[in-house]
Design a protein around this ligand. Sequence first.
Ligand code: ADQ
Length: 482
Amino acid sequence: MATDTPKQSADLVVVANRLPVDRTVNPDGSVEWRRSPGGLVTAIQPVMRDNDGAWLGWSGGTEGETEPFVDDGLTLVPVPLSEQEIAEFYEGFSNSTLWPLYHDVVAKPEFHREWFDSYETVNQRFAQKAAEVAAEGAMVWVHDYQLQLVPAMLRALRPDLRIGFFLHIPFPPTELFQQLPWRRRLLEGLLGADLVGFQRPGAAANFVRLVRQRVGHKTHRDTVYLPDGRRVEAGAFPISIDSHGLEELARSESVQSRAKEIRGQLGNPRWLLLGVDRLDYTKGIYARLRAYSELLNDGALDVEDAVFVQVATPSRERVEQYRRLRDDIDRLVGRINGDLGRIGRPAISYLHTSYPREEMAALYQAADVMVITPLRDGMNLVAKEYVACRFQDDGALVLSEFAGAADELRQAYLVNPYDINGMKGAILEALTASPKEKGRRMRAMRKSVAENDVKAWASEYLRVLSETEPMHDKHVRSSERR
Ligand code: ADQ
């Protein structure tokens, strides 16, 4: 039975920028933690339960030091951030330096020394907290670009731990990474891990090449040999979704009838196209909607029988580039609908709403074609979610070659998101393909998504991590450390 007492020392520690809960303060002043269901927690929860797990992360607020607590059987350890750290570590270095740089400089990265200082301070705080909660010889799994210095900082504090790191976003080609004034610090930070995981094999190769060129360590294939005899493994572990859970939801009576209702509310169009993204400049929303509007303008499609539903959840709204993007897309949608829509027949049905899983499944069920065209994306879970929901082996996926998901979903209609004519052609091809052709493609993609679900991802990563060579001084006892 789960206890309500937070674990004092955990055998598996997940360290991520955010906790899997949001802190909300009720009108009466009481504090409540609401689960924000993400794929990561779904994947890791069973292993966390089996392994005395703890999850460390920021709550999303500025409430200062908060004691660890238990939520739904998970020990959660909040790491505080100040208002200034949110601006410099999170919105600054993480989201205005690393995010654009790691996504092919789709937007211009900003370099500010004080942002990096804040990044270092916050990473040290995460490492310190992790060192406090991890049991002797525990496994610590550090996640994503906000925490790349944590592995080395943690190893310095706790050489007995087995440390894994997983990057959810792309790792850039060497030419771009070299721009970073702190490039060597970040590489050395990651080298504190025993296993550095990426979404795609090319990212692991970029990392190993950079380590050889910039830090001067010996490497062979995906292994880095450190001067102290330690080895660091790099590898690709493409993340996935709870495919079975989602398919079950999609099959449910309520989702089926909601999907019909959605189509009805849209005037029962012959064709429903769907885009679902965080409102982010990496997702290629602007060019996609332009391509669609040109299809209407050219007469290839007509608003009487086609509608594009674009769900775009606003994110990082305090960052200037995100505010500008939102304005640009708002304006574009307004113009397209103004020019091409008719009464009761908008060309684009544009929504900023965040939906529960059931509604997402109904949207995926309702859509004839899902259009996902990021300029660069680590994986893109929406692509896999759409496929998982198409249990009748129908529907079609138009997918950017530059999404990690394109490695596995080869039977999608793959497009270069910079090529507007190419996207127009692929959308038309996907819409008009025969049911037999659609079925052939969807069956193959569904097989891949069903076989490689998020549980398989987490257990494969943890298996490889647990098989990495133990540190030569792994047997340092905690008594000697103190
Ligand atoms: P993201 O950039 O956030 O993730 P993505 O992988 O598509 O992108 O995940 C988005 C998730 O949010 C999906 O599960 C989707 O269902 C959900 N979502 C989107 N809009 C929603 C809405 N309006 N309402 C409710 N849910 C919504 C980062 C990387 C990706 C990588 C993931 C996981 O950028 O490349 O795939 O992490 O590693």
